[in-house]
Every structure is written in structure tokens, then in C-alpha cells.
Write a protein that binds this ligand. Structure first.
Ligand SMILES: Cc1cc2nc3c(=O)[nH]c(=O)nc-3n(C[C@H](O)[C@H](O)[C@H](O)COP(=O)(O)OP(=O)(O)OC[C@H]3O[C@@H](n4cnc5c(N)ncnc54)[C@H](O)[C@@H]3O)c2cc1C
Length: 382
């Protein structure tokens, strides 16, 4: 179905990004998957070509477009299975915090470098002892004169190895009641004494994306590194998470399309009992049902994208899209593996990796259960 949210400029941008990605990204995907990390040079090339600041303000080096340009990048990267290059984490999840809550000095210091692909960003919320229960983070930042002294540990942090600047979720007031009012966001440069990068974690899927542990041992950062106001961290995170969850829904539907298209092609060429697998009614009905759900999901995501660009408040709907599209992605990739038979279980077939990559989609950016908790609350159910 023709999608009606994109203008001619958006479509031209898609063509431009697709050409760039085919040349600069696609040839590196398998290498990234093998070594568990993307490379800085590609980030720099993305920055130089203007793809890291598509929707960021012109005064800091961005292109000043709307969020649909970012969505296009996410869709095209999903189509290439280039999960290693988490542009959305950098540009659509981390950068907006700097732009929305950073002081002018912080913006001047970090944003142009981030848009150029010189300063790679990450956000460190999750800890070994707490993920969903964000208000319970234990990493502490104690004020000491003109500095904060950070102690604690983070885990599962995307861009953990390659990142240069992290937005670190800390308790500046561990005794605050309620606890979430004691949370603040601090900017920590990778080279800061007392900050260290731990293990790069070995994962089931998203093999090319680096996910790491981070440690803070009397890590001193100037008070000027506070992002926004003390005690406002939780509120800022809740506002930022709407866009993060929409990013997941956009990528989920795009990844579904990729897996579905490949499976349709596969079942046409694979034969059994003297006919293509595609000729069996079971194959047809399975793929028809999945294709129908992808169209339904796309229509919903497009409606949310348009609403997000208008700055509508769509917290419930984005939470719905996050759980529903990622559930669909898991079901769809599982059924597509089944239609590939034994080959679907072989890692040399991309559908096997699609299946593994889908598993995390219902876990990060707030688990799907947490999405349902949010929606239930907003329905007045608890
Ligand atoms: C590949 C990857 C990349 C990641 N990148 C980042 C990153 O860049 N930055 C970052 O900060 N974090 C990141 N994370 C962490 C991720 O956001 C957390 O794993 C996620 O929020 C879940 O937290 P948890 O792992 O502690 O699970 P838990 O909170 O321990 O949850 C375990 C189970 O209990 C369920 N549960 C918990 N609370 C409730 C409840 N109230 N009601 C019903 N069920 C509940 C959960 O839904 C889940 O099924 C990443 C994780 C992965 C795997």
C-alpha cells in the first residue's frame, strides 16, 4: 500500500540514503557481526554525509528536518540488517536529551561533534540489579564542591565500547521520597578517570552491535556536566522514551518486511513433492496472514509517526505499537524460519539471524510487559 506520510523530499532523501548505505554500510555488515562492533570510520562517513543530524537544528550542524527523515534511516538500515550501526540510538535517543535539556555550553561542546560522527553517544540506565524498575537505580553521584563523584555499575549499554559520551542515570539524592525524584542525568566522557568500560557482552542476536558493562569508581565529573536540573532525570527519561519506543516500532515493522520478502522469495524457489513450497495452502495462508499483520502494523506506525511529528501526546499508543509490533516481529520471524525448513536454522541464511535479532525487541526500551503496565495505568486500571 502506498504510504502517505512522506513528501517528495523525504523520498529523495530515502534514495540518497539508500545509495549511501549500499556503498558504505552493506559491505561492512558481516564484518561488524563477526567482531561484535561497528567502526568509527563509517560513523564519520555517516556524519560527513549528513545522516546523523537529519532532524537536528541547523545551528549545530544538523539538517533541520523532521523525525520522518530519521525514520527513513531506521527503515533502510533494517532492510540491510545493519543493526550494528545504531544510528537511532545516537541521533534519535541520545542527541535529543542534549538538545532538549543541555545548557548552551554543553550543546556547543558536544552536539556538532555528535552530528559529525566524531563523538559517539550512549545512554546508561540499566544496572546489574535493576532494569525495568528504573527508579531503583543504585549508581550514586555525590556532590563534592564543584564536582559529582559517581560510584556504581551499568550493564547492557549499547555503544558501550565505541561510545565517547554517556548520559548516565544516577541517584543524586538516594534518600528522596518518592525515589524517582532523586534521579539526575550526568554527562560522562569516556576518558574520565574512574570511568571504565567493562566486558563487551556476548549476545544471542544483534551480534554486530556492542553492548557492554560500564563501571564508575570515584569518577569525578564537573557539576557543569549535569544535564537539566538535579532530581529531574526520571521526568526527562519518561519524555524521551516516547521517541525511543517509536524507533523500536519503526524498526520492527521494517525488519518484518525484510524477513517476509525474503521468505516469499525462498518459498517460490524451494520445491517439495514436485511443486514449489509456495504452492502449499499452508505456506500461502501463513504468509498471507503475516503480510496482513505487517500492513496493519505499518498503518498504525505511520499514523503514530505523523502524530509524533505534530508533537501530539501519544504515550499510550506508542507503548501499544512497541509491544504489538515487536511481538509480531518475533512471531513472524519464527514462522519464516519454519517455512525455510532446516535452512532456516542455518546462520548462513539471514532469516536465522532475523529470528535471533527479534528476541531483544520485546525486552529493551522498556519490556513489553512494562508497556502493558503503562497502558493499563492510563486506562485507569491500576
Ligand atoms: C541488546 C540490549 C541492548 C540494551 N541497550 C541498553 C542501553 O543502551 N541502555 C540501557 O540503559 N539499557 C539497555 N538495555 C537494557 C534493557 O533496557 C533492559 O534489559 C530492560 O529494560 C529490562 O530490564 P532487565 O533486563 O533488568 O529485566 P527485569 O526488569 O529484571 O525484568 C525481567 C522480567 O520481569 C518482567 N517485569 C519486570 N517488572 C514487571 C512488572 N512491573 N510487571 C510485569 N512484569 C515485569 C519484565 O517484563 C521481564 O520479563 C539493553 C538490553 C539489551 C538486551
Amino acid at each position: 500500500m502506498k504510504r502517505d506520510i512522506f513528501t517528495e523530499e523525504h523520498e529523495l532523501f530515502r534514495e540518497q540514503f539508500r545509495r549511501f548505505a549500499e556503498k558504505e554500510v552493506a559491505p561492512r555488515v558481516s564484518q561488524w557481526n563477526e567482531r561484535g562492533m561497528s567502526d568509527r570510520e563509517t560513523w564519520r562517513r555517516c556524519g560527513a554525509a549528513g545522516f546523523l543530524g537529519a532532524s537536528q537544528p541547523v545551528e549545530y550542524g544538523g539538517a533541520g528536518g523532521d523525525f520522518l527523515y530519521d525514520a527513513i534511516i531506521m527503515e533502510e538500515l533494517a532492510a540491510l540488517r545493519a543493526h550494528a550501526l545504531m544510528i537511532s540510538l545516537h541521533s534519535d535517543i541520545c542527541l535529543p536529551y542534549l538538545l532538549a535539556y543541555g545548557s548552551e555550553a554543553q550543546k556547543r561542546q558536544y552536539v556538532p561533534g555528535a552530528i559529525a560522527g566524531e563523538i559517539l553517544l550512549g545512554i546508561a540506565m540499566t544496572e546489574p540489579g535493576t532494569g525495568s524498575d528504573l527508579a531503583n537505580v543504585q549508581t550514586k553521584a555525590r556532590r563534592d564542591g564543584d564536582h559529582y563523584v559517581i560510584n556504581g555499575a551499568k550493564t547492557f549499554i549499547s555503544n558501550g565500547q565505541i561510545g565517547d559520551l554517556f548520559i548516565v542515570v544516577c541517584k543524586t539524592d538516594p534518600d528522596a521520597v518518592p525515589p524517582h525524584t532523586g534521579i539526575s542525568l550526568l554527562l560522562v566522557d569516556a576518558g574520565t578517570p574512574g570511568f571504565s568500560k567493562g566486558r563487551k557482552l556476548d549476545k544471542l542476536g544483534l551480534r554486530g552491535q556492542d553492548t557492554s558493562e560500564l563501571a564508575f569508581d570515584d569518577c569525578r565529573v564537573p557539576v557543569n556536566n549535569l544535564l537539566g536540573a538535579e532530581g529531574q532525570g526520571f521526568k526527562m527519561l519518561m519524555q524521551g522514551l516516547q521517541q525511543e519506543r517509536l524507533c523500536i516500532a519503526v524498526s520492527a515493522i521494517a525488519s518484518c518486511r525484510r524477513a517476509l520478502d525474503d521468505t516469499v522469495a525462498y518459498v517460490k524457489q524451494r520445491h517439495a513433492f514436485g511443486q514449489p513450497i509456495a504452492a502449499f495452502q499452508n505456506t500461502q495462508f501463513t504468509l498471507v496472514e503475516l503480510a496482513t499483520e505487517v500492513e496493519i502494523g505499518q498503518a498504525f506506525v505511520d499514523k503514530l509517526l505523523a502524530a509524533h511529528v505534530r508533537h501530539d501526546e501519544i504515550v499510550s499508543e506508542v507503548s501499544m505499537a512497541k509491544w504489538w509490533t515487536t511481538d509480531l516481529q518475533k512471531r513472524l520471524t519464527s514462522q519464516c524460519v519454519q517455512l525455510h525448513g532446516g535452512y532456516g536454522f542455518m546462520l548462513e541464511y539471514p532469516i536465522a539471524m532475523d529470528y535471533a535479532d527479534a528476541a531483544v525487541q520485546s525486552i529493551y526500551a522498556g519490556t513489553n510487559e512494562i508497556m502493558k503496565v503503562i497502558i493499563a495505568r492510563r486506562l485507569g486500571l491500576g
